[in-house]
Write a protein that binds this ligand. Structure first.
Ligand SMILES: [Ca+2]
Ligand SMILES: [Ca+2]
Length: 101
């Protein structure tokens, strides 16, 4: 469930919607964009580890260790440039949670 910690502020508002519905999906993407923009403090279109850390703190999500952040960055940072881009975050909401977590 560790990945869920990072995704929580990004995806928690979408968890209860019907994944089959296009409307629900659009709503999900919009909610994600909104949170993405809120986390993207320097508005460069990418979330760095530091921005995510700050965003989690301001969202009241505590108890995320450095290790878990590293792990989540590795999972979401597809092109390995040290930041989560918009499409990487969009990919993440459609990604099934790892079953062994
Ligand atoms: Ca940024
Ligand atoms: Ca990246």
């Amino acid at each position: 469930m560790k990945y869920l910690l990072l995704l929580l502020p990004l995806a928690v508002s979408c968890a209860r919607t019907d994944p089959q519905s296009e409307v629900a999906h659009n709503r999900k993407v919009m909610a994600l964009q909104e949170k993405f923009d809120r986390f993207d403090y320097n508005a460069d279109g990418r979330l760095t580890r530091a921005e995510i850390e700050q965003g989690l703190k301001e969202s009241g999500v505590g108890g995320v260790t450095d290790e878990e952040l590293d792990e989540a960055m590795r999972a979401y940072d597809v092109n390995d440039d040290g930041a989560i881009s918009r499409w990487e975050s969009q990919r993440a909401i459609n990604m099934p949670l790892p079953e062994n977590q």
